[in-house]
Design a binder for this molecule. Structure first.
Ligand SMILES: Cc1cc2nc3c(=O)[nH]c(=O)nc-3n(C[C@H](O)[C@H](O)[C@H](O)COP(=O)(O)OP(=O)(O)OC[C@H]3O[C@@H](n4cnc5c(N)ncnc54)[C@H](O)[C@@H]3O)c2cc1C
Ligand code: SF4
Length: 509
């Protein structure tokens, strides 16, 4: 007799997921469901949907082989109610049970839906993270500022990663001053490992094409890993060929190279195909074996047990209103060029083009190109956040919202960032080769052809003077602005206004 249903969501495809660990193979039924509601509450990139559905189908087959009874709803099953709660109710009815074991979803929307379902749902905490909710809360308690760097040290101690007894390996916690070099002339790495779609993946691709072909993003070619074994191969490939130079060129951008030395493992970690600690240990082993330098390995590990854990902690600590915050009162609509319309700004068009084709852009493209532009030009944080949630294969609200609303747009009022991540074109020029081929001139501050980032940078500082002029880390910026003669300041502001107006009217900018 069936005792309980065990819900496994599309980003919970791990053998050690909490609900499975608490379940009984002999008497519980695993419920997995492909539903329209999840595929379309934002217009997810078709590659992202295909990745999740293919990985779900393979994980279900793996569970069956392992002896689990799995009730799996395919998207086009005629009886599919097309929502998670609807499918749980249908399975509950079929098996005559009302008890459900589930692992806490990474989104308040779904947590609420499960809590409100007319079923007896037990939510287990997702323990695939180093920091539990209780641990993050206790770290945050009483602190005036929740800065990642201190939290990261706790994570190093807790995991023992890159530690020599009680001290950080090599004597320093952070090797960033050796990282972040400008774009290299040549990239020796050929990019992430690619996988030819098998029969299961091909079936899913046809389905996604039929149901979500109208969403922004190219479905084919599709070469993501879709099971744990493939994801392991992708990780090993990164560690061997890219990790040694990861730190050096972590912030660099090249118009003809989309991945540089990045890992492209976030989609796999976030849906459960890779375990974050295993990923970190693979990197640490490379350092201990002399195959990768400490600056690269420490930088990489910091992204995972530092930033990734930290943003999740912030999301759950701050609560369900966090994704809706708009601390700077920005409300301009997202321009069509975020959805692939033409723009003369090469940095934006390149970042969007690769997002459309790969469902991927690396951190600095997200933060200092599309994010920086959104912040400088005062775009509505919710529209921007919805865009990020839709277009990236690794986007789930617990990680997307703090990165976008907090880190990138400063819309959380400074919970995550101590100052806004804004820059003029100079930063993009230093870290990329975009500006050399752009229709705008990065060296030009005003007048016909001036880089819009240059104009908007000062416009942003000027319109938020009350909020930021007393920020110690921004004093220099304001002093430089104030030293400019008044006529020049007026020109900058009026040209920035004119640019924003043209953008709002849908003109080619
Ligand atoms: C505006 C903005 C939006 C973002 N949205 C997402 C998102 O929806 N999902 C997501 O996983 N990451 C997001 N990030 C963080 C980061 O950009 C991606 O994790 C990274 O680009 C993934 O590519 P990669 O695997 O090649 O990463 P690498 O550069 O190789 O880094 C290694 C790993 O570190 C982790 N990581 C690095 N930075 C962060 C971070 N800030 N937050 C969380 N994890 C991090 C990821 O797991 C990543 O796989 C966002 C960053 C910004 C600035
Ligand atoms: S000149 Fe300005 S708009 Fe053009 S690529 Fe450089 S930063 Fe971007």
């Amino acid at each position: 007799m069936v005792k309980r249903l065990v819900l496994i969501l599309g980003d919970q495809l791990s053998d050690n997921i909490a609900a499975l660990k608490a379940a009984d193979k002999d008497s519980d039924v695993v419920v997995m469901a492909e539903v329209m509601e999840e595929g379309s509450y934002v217009p997810h990139h078709p590659k992202k949907i295909a990745l999740i559905l293919a990985a779900m189908r393979k994980f279900a087959a793996h569970l069956r082989e392992d002896g689990w009874q799995v009730a799996y709803s395919e998207l086009d099953d005629t009886e599919n109610s097309q929502s998670i709660v609807g499918e749980l109710l249908r399975r509950a009815d079929q098996h005559g049970v009302a008890k459900v074991l589930a692992t806490e979803p990474g989104e308040f929307r779904l947590i609420e839906a499960l809590n409100n379902a007319p079923l007896d749902v037990e939510l287990c905490e997702d323990d695939r993270f180093v920091a539990s909710h209780a641990m993050f809360e206790s770290w945050a308690e009483g602190r005036k500022a929740l800065r990642m760097e201190y939290f990261y040290r706790e994570m190093r101690r807790k995991t023992d990663l890159l530690m020599e007894r009680n001290d950080p390996a090599g004597g320093k916690w952070n090797y960033d001053h050796e990282n972040r070099k400008p774009a290299p002339n040549e990239v020796t790495h050929s990019g992430p490992m690619q996988f030819t779609p098998d029969e299961t993946v091909e079936e899913v691709l046809d389905l996604v094409e039929a149901k979500f072909g109208n969403h922004f993003g190219q479905l084919r070619p599709f070469d993501f890993a879709t099971d744990q074994a493939q994801a392991q191969l992708a990780l090993a490939h990164f560690v061997k060929y890219a990790l040694p130079k990861f730190g050096d060129f972590q912030d660099a951008m090249l118009k003809d190279n989309r991945f540089l030395y990045h890992a492209v493992v976030s989609p796999y970690i976030n849906i459960g195909l890779l375990d974050p600690l295993e990923v970190c240990r693979a990197a640490e082993d490379a350092w201990r074996n002399g195959d990768a330098p400490i600056n690269a390995v420490e930088g990489f590990i910091r992204q995972i047990i530092g930033w990734r854990e930290y943003v999740r902690g912030i999301y759950f600590l701050e609560g369900s209103d966090y994704p809706q915050r708009n601390g700077l009162g920005h409300g301009r609509s997202l321009p069509d060029f975020y959805w692939g319309a033409e723009t003369k700004m090469l940095c934006i068009s390149k970042a969007v083009e690769q997002t459309e084709e790969e469902a991927y852009a690396h951190h600095i493209q997200r933060l200092m190109v599309t994010g920086n532009f959104a912040l400088l030009s005062g775009l509505d944080p919710q529209q921007v956040s919805e865009w990020y949630l839709a277009v990236y294969a690794d986007a789930f609200e617990w990680v997307e919202a703090p990165n976008v609303v907090g880190m990138s747009l400063f819309a959380d009022g400074g919970v995550i960032a101590s100052k806004p991540y804004v820059s003029s074109g100079a930063y993009i020029n230093r870290m990329s080769d975009y500006c050399k081929s752009c229709a705008y001139k990065v060296s030009q501050k005003t007048g016909e052809g001036a880089c819009p980032f240059n104009l908007l940078y000062w416009h942003f500082l000027d319109r938020h003077r009350d909020r930021f002029s007393n920020n110690a880390r921004m004093g220099n910026m304001y002093r430089t602005w104030d030293r400019m003669d008044e006529g020049r300041r007026e020109t900058v502001l009026s040209e920035a206004d004119a640019f924003l107006k043209r953008m709002e009217q849908g003109e080619l900018v």
